[in-house]
Design a protein around this ligand. Structure first.
Ligand code: ADE
Length: 246
């Protein structure tokens, strides 16, 4: 998968050299290219922002550097392929495991990291109408970050690990929180007793059926306590007790 990231802080993306994503880049599974938006400015101060029309607080990212940067990214591919453009922002669609799976099927993703109050709206229109890109505005959650860079790190990590070959043990992808709408069960390792606390007896029993049942109950209880919205979303109202009893 090819991934382009445009930012005024390319150094933020240095973390993509580390760990599993860094290894996937070395192995040629992910081709990540980071671009400095300011390379597409033409004034002495390398200006990327200006005051908002209509008034209001803060600054808005100017359209010209963005149009040039996106044009530069698109021109690097062969003419028959185009990236899907992902713009992180608090006003976007929620980033979920389902969206991560969808993005992991794309051969090419481009990320535009906004700063300040955001990017001039005409850049989105230009990307869709003139460059012919599919544009998705994606939010990590209902809170405000200072810019898109941290969101890109999260999105690339969540998407990259779903690209075939990036995670050695593909089974570990299946048994995870959010893969089937429930949170993960509690996990333990050696020693059997630590600091006066024992590992739950059932996990030492060797009884695979009992272990699976206990884990399922734990997942339901944990999801009900921490994320009741997920139970309603995935099982429908009223199904919870039935599921818990089986
Ligand atoms: N940029 C600023 N806030 C954000 C959020 N909540 N999610 C994604 N990108 C953002």
């Amino acid at each position: 998968m090819r991934i382009d990231v445009v930012s005024i802080f390319p150094d933020y993306l240095a973390a993509l050299d580390l760990s599993l994503i860094g290894k996937a880049r070395q192995d040629g599974l992910l081709d990540v290219r980071v671009h400095d938006l300011r390379d597409h400015t033409h004034d002495r101060h390398r200006t990327v922002d200006d005051t908002p029309y209509g008034g209001g607080a803060g600054m808005v990212m100017k359209p010209q550097p963005w149009a040039e940067a996106l044009g530069h990214v698109v021109a690097q591919g062969d003419p028959s392929t185009k990236p899907r453009l992902v713009v992180p922002g608090p006003g976007g669609q929620p980033f979920t495991q389902a969206l991560a799976r969808e993005l992991a099927r794309e051969p090419w993703l481009a990320f535009a990291c906004g700063r300040y109050e955001g990017i001039d709206e005409r850049v989105y229109e230009h990307a869709r109408e003139d460059l012919g890109l599919e544009v998705s505005v994606v939010s990590l959650g209902d809170y405000v970050l200072n810019g898109g860079e941290v969101a890109v790190l999260a999105i690339v990590e969540a998407v990259g690990r779903l690209v075939p070959g990036v995670i050695g043990n593909a089974e570990s992808l299946v048994e995870e929180s959010h893969e089937d709408g429930l949170l993960e069960y509690p996990i333990y390792t050696k020693p059997r007793t630590w600091n006066g606390r024992d590992v739950p007896e059932v996990l030492l029993s060797g009884n695979h059926g009992a272990i699976a049942a206990w884990r399922h109950e734990q997942r339901l209880a944990r999801t009900a306590a921490r994320r009741p919205d997920l139970l309603h979303a995935s099982h429908g109202d009223g199904d919870i007790e039935i599921t818990a009893a089986t």
